[in-house]
Design a protein around this ligand. Sequence first.
Ligand code: FAD
Ligand code: NAP
Length: 339
Amino acid sequence: MTAVWQEQVSLKAYNTFGIDVKARYFTQAHCDDEVREALAQARQRELAVQVIGGGSNLLLTRDIDAVVLHMASRGRRVLSDDGERVVVEAEAGEPWHPFVQWSLAQGYCGLENLSLIPGTVGAAPMQNVGAYGVEVKDVFAGLTALDRETGELRDFDLEACAFGYRDSVFKRNAGRWLILRVRYALSRTLRAHLDYGPVRQRLLEQGVEQPSAQAISDAICSIRREKLPDPSELGNAGSFFKNPVVSAGLVERIRARYPGVVAYPQADGQVKLAAGWLIEQAGWKGYREGDAGVHRLQSLVLVNYGQASGAQVYALAQRIQADILERFGVELEMEPNLY
Ligand code: FAD
Ligand code: NAP
């Protein structure tokens, strides 16, 4: 069956920033064959293809002169189960949070700290999504991707993905690999990660001393709902900047002027700074310029109050980057993918 291609489609509903740009063409893929067909048709017509999932890690600054291919494949399954370790697989277009909730409902532990992250299963390995001390790489069991250069399928194991902090081989080679389905090795025994941020405290407040994976997920959802803007109410793409990892010497120089600097030593001797803290110290929290702004509760999140263009959000981001560099000598790197 030939997939429908629409022309001049607004992408406002397809990116969580709610930026209103147009795609020259827009189509969806529900299965591998539709992916291949879209790529073949685009090649025939000499058009570039831009893949999107939930659009929750994008900043669209202009109309997209390409075919936007929206991953809409569905399906999740158990591949193996030895009574303790369970390998599950989900198609790229599966929404991430419902997939996490499904795994918890089956009694499989491992994804609970990654609850309530927007987006799709297929995009999660792109930046090795992480939250509350757990990253995709910690439970990753493999993925299947289509090589857009050769048309061949390839299975990636953990090593081949070269996961880093909000990074992977897929992000570093943007546009080469189209992720079709992803596998996770989950477990029937919970290994709880509670030491990050306010998770343990929240559970204790709720009177939970021996939490289940579902209880951890619920606590994390409640923390996130309090702190992060819901994209259906206020456009945003989550954290706008990565937390910078800098030398211990630079942190000491910053600490001399700002004793309260929030810093986390890393295994390699470097130190991760909380970008949100730097931005807040610089006075940007709650700042608004037209419809582009910095969230009033979480300085790391840039928001669209309604009619901001991607260019306006980007201009604000660049001003913040320049200010943080001048004040602290720290370069902030954007996290969302810029188009
Ligand atoms: P998109 O935004 O659609 O795409 C992102 C990139 O991946 C694009 O370059 C796109 O081309 C590519 N891509 C998408 N699908 C595929 C595919 N199948 N194959 C190949 N390339 C593909 N991120 C975190 O790491 N941790 C968090 O805690 C977190 N919290 C967030 C909270 C909020 C409120 C928001 C809005 C975002 C948050 N994010 C977080 C960022 C974002 O949700 C994740 O990065 C998510 O994985 C993006 O998925 P997506 O489907 O929306 O990707
Ligand atoms: P937070 O708890 O206020 O903490 C601020 C920052 O400090 C976080 O970004 C986190 O870094 C770091 N941090 C906190 N505790 C740490 C520890 N014990 N060891 C090392 N680093 C620590 O952060 P938040 O904004 O509310 O977010 C909570 C979690 O959700 C974080 O993991 C964050 O990454 C994730 N999140 C991500 C996005 C996104 O779009 N990427 C959006 C919302 C939330 P890390 O970010 O490196 O974990």
